[in-house]
Design a protein around this ligand. Structure first.
Ligand code: ADQ
Length: 466
């Protein structure tokens, strides 16, 4: 069996039950690597005065990790710069927040080269190499240029933006062409894959045949492979002391009121302002619901070094304060807004105590919170998921109440409907979603990707693209 080498920007092996505000990638990848004979390579998150290429080897949460430290300039230009101020907003359709700077592009190229140079000595000829996310798009080409003929795969955790947005990157052709050095590129949904195909056929003259893209004699499989939850691990929280305590604490403090919950990294892609405004709309138009419900929004800060994240934090402080100022009474606070992370078992209890789960991103590659909310419900008395049509998760979880997050009215109606939905309908919708969360879990996802990475042909012989 070939070794799996996973490479991502940050290495943060995650242990079940520990306090964590890590992104979905960390949680999912740890689960996948734990069961394989793999190494996880990437940045330690630490800063060094001068980049030395020295690798620190560890075993964390059952996963072998190999990490490097980066210089302040790398962190500035590559991570806070090109990754978080250029690519992240662009890939989430936020051209208004996309910052273009040559330093950022230079830092991105430099750090990708540093990754290629330092990981190279660890690689053996039959290793399968799986690179993750927008931080490391050119890494595959970097390894090819250094003579590696290994099977190379890339998985994009975010959306792929429309070609008309992609062209606003000065180096877009070079960057996207470099992706075709990989043997497999994975996307969460057909929509993101189709945007990619649109770009490479229009701007690179690539040829598509079945699931494969052809360019300059190379062939890349374009795979739809939606990431799943580590459902077994997450659902094992049921009945634990921490989960029960969190659930009880929330129920007791709710004094008979229904809980509407949101759990998100504090990020402008998650549609938090729109969600707060929709909730305000609900309180305005449905006075009968006042004092009968409250919204718990859990949003640990992320990427605090980037100005747009400081801005959204300030906006949400003011929105939540405004709603509470307007509607609160001496014993009712309509919005509980909490800026911290919770252990996974506690999250399980919090989801389970909530009648409505609000997942309303403006754009999201997948969104694992939607799947967590479903997994945590009591199948005999489940809550209702209100889900944005712009989250990749809405393809699999189409039994949720699917909403347009740009419409406060649409969202407020869906919340009201969720609050009064009859038990039978709640059970039916939940059962359909739970089936997909359990069957298409993180193991299913990684096996599907690794199978493609190993070079196995698609089941149907080169099917036509849908
Ligand atoms: P993220 O944008 O980080 O991931 P998401 O998939 O929702 O988004 O994952 C967030 C994870 O962080 C969840 O597991 C959640 O439980 C956890 N989390 C959030 N708030 C928390 C809190 N307060 N306490 C503890 N944990 C918290 C990116 C893409 C997504 C894609 C994933 C995986 O943006 O679209 O689903 O990668 O591919």
């Amino acid at each position: 069996m070939s070794r799996l080498i996973a490479i991502s920007n940050r290495v943060q092996a995650a242990q079940a039950g520990e306090n964590s505000n890590r992104g979905g990638l960390a949680v999912a990848l740890s689960a996948a690597l734990r069961t394989s004979n793999g190494i996880w390579f990437g940045w330690s998150g630490e800063q060094t005065d001068e980049f030395s290429g020295q690798i620190t080897f560890r075993r964390e949460a059952g996963v072998a990790t190999a990490t490097i430290d980066l210089e302040a300039q790398d962190i500035d230009e590559y991570y806070n710069g090109f990754a978080n101020r250029t690519l992240w907003p662009l890939f989430h359709y936020r051209l208004d927040l996309t910052e273009i700077a040559r330093d950022f592009a230079g830092g991105y190229a430099r750090v990708n080269a540093r990754f290629a140079n330092t990981v190279a000595p660890l690689l053996e000829p039959d290793d399968l190499i799986w690179v993750h996310d927008y931080h490391l798009m050119p890494l595959g080409k970097g390894l090819r240029d250094r003579g590696f003929a290994n099977r190379l795969g890339f998985f994009l955790h975010t959306p792929w933006p429309p070609a008309s947005l992609m062209v606003s990157l000065p180096n877009h052709r070079e960057l996207v062409a470099s992706l075709l050095s990989y043997d497999v590129i994975g996307f969460h949904t057909a929509e993101w894959r189709d945007s990619f195909i649109d770009y490479i056929t229009t701007h690179l003259n690539a040829r598509i045949e079945g699931e494969f893209a052809h360019l300059d004699g190379r062939m890349t499989r374009l795979l739809i492979c939606p990431i799943g939850l580590d459902a077994t691990e997450f659902m094992s929280a049921q009945g634990t002391e921490a989960a029960l305590q969190a659930e009880q604490r929330l129920i007791t403090s709710a004094v008979g009121r229904q809980v509407i919950v949101g759990v998100d990294r504090l990020d402008y892609s998650k549609g938090l302002q729109e969600r707060f405004l929709a909730y305000e709309q609900l309180l305005n138009t449905r006075p009968d619901l006042r004092e009968k419900v409250f919204m718990l929004q859990i949003a640990p800060p992320s990427r605090g070094d980037v100005a747009s994240y400081q801005q959204i934090r300030a906006d949400l402080n003011s929105l939540s304060g405004g709603i509470n100022g307007e509607f609160a009474s001496i014993d009712w606070v309509p919005v509980r807004y909490v800026n911290k992370g919770y252990a996974r078992e506690e999250l399980f209890g919090i989801y389970r105590a909530s009648r409505v789960g609000l997942v309303t991103p403006l754009r999201d590659g997948m969104n694992l919170v939607a799947k967590e909310y479903v997994a945590a419900q009591d199948p005999q008395d489940p809550g209702v998921l209100v889900l944005s049509r712009f989250a990749g998760a809405s393809v699999q979880l189409n039994a949720a109440l699917i909403i347009n997050p740009h419409s406060s009215e649409d969202m407020a109606d869906a919340i009201a409907r969720a609050l009064t939905m009859p038990l039978e309908e709640r059970k039916e919708r939940h059962a359909a979603m739970l089936k997909s969360v359990i069957e298409e879990d993180v193991r299913w996802w990684s096996e599907k990707f690794i199978e493609a990475l190993s070079g196995e042909e698609p089941q149907e012989s080169r099917p036509k693209l849908a």
